[in-house]
Design a protein around this ligand. Structure first.
Ligand code: SF4
Length: 266
């Protein structure tokens, strides 16, 4: 007889089922699932639904070209190489974002990840914990990672800027341009096979070009030795859950490149 689930496991399972259900994968689970889990209503975010496409940002200064790709770092040396970048950052005051910072958010995940996600910048929860994607958007990202058949510990997660912009505003070009050289160094160390840019800000500063998100999604960009895929930011998906199917289509491109099998339907 099945053991009752503890509340944390039950909550995680509910979140994953909701994400699959949002994607239309309602027949994913082969094993019987507690009916109460399937009928649990998702928490609705307080923010109003945004109908228009996630906007691209308008840099006031040119985006500098990315630095040359650094030499590959052997897997055994990647932890030390990433620590060196963290040490170089130190108690960083290179841009104005340091003034409102509680904790600098460096990254989270495996230095040997084949899949990396890059978001925009820390929010309140991330600033408090010093880890990327740990709030509501982070929970959705965890569900997306789980839907791909991976664990969060198996991927690498970072942001364009490492300090929280005031009021969660979009980073200013000067802030992003000051911070991204450290991100590029991290990417060069991890050297993921697939890199997913979450949202217009990440896509703009990684690719060095300003384009509407719609023009960047749905295809693979060859970038710094990785295959870069652009999709919506989880925070945007929380505001407009109807776009989750589009995001899932983007993630399936990543899965195909990584040789991951999509979840089987019963
Ligand atoms: Fe330094 Fe980046 Fe923080 Fe700016 S956002 S203070 S460059 S770590």
């Amino acid at each position: 007889m099945a053991r009752p689930l503890d509340s944390a496991t039950r909550e995680a399972l509910q979140a994953r089922i909701r994400f699959y259900r949002d994607l239309g994968l309602t027949e994913f689970y082969r094993r019987p699932v507690d009916a109460a889990l399937l009928t649990a209503e998702p928490e609705e975010p307080n923010e109003p639904v945004v109908l228009q496409e996630e906007p691209s940002i308008a840099p006031r200064k040119p985006i500098p070209s990315a630095p040359p790709i650094a030499a590959a770092v052997p897997a055994a040396d990647r932890v030390a190489a990433l620590q060196l970048i963290r040490d170089d950052l130190g108690d960083c005051t290179r841009c104005a974002l340091h003034k409102g910072r509680n904790k600098l958010v460096f990254a989270d995940g495996s230095p040997n990840a084949r899949l990396m996600f890059v978001g925009e910048g820390p929010g309140a929860d991330e600033d408090a914990q010093g880890l990327p994607f740990v709030g509501k958007a982070g929970q959705l990202l965890n569900n997306m990672i789980a839907a791909m058949g991976l664990k969060r510990e198996e991927v690498y997660i970072a942001n364009i800027v490492k300090c929280r912009p005031p009021g969660n505003r979009t980073p200013e070009p000067e802030e992003a341009n000051t911070c991204t050289p450290f991100l590029f160094r991290q990417i060069d160390v991890v050297r993921p096979q697939v890199l997913v840019a979450l949202g217009a800000t990440a896509a703009t500063y990684l690719l060095g070009q300003r384009q509407p998100l719609a023009g960047l999604r749905g295809r693979i960009h060859a970038w710094r030795g990785s295959q870069l895929i652009v999709t919506y930011h989880p925070a945007y998906l929380l505001r407009d859950p109807r776009q989750k199917k589009e995001a899932w289509a983007d993630l399936q491109i990543a899965m195909r490149e990584l040789g991951l099998k999509p979840p089987a339907k019963a």
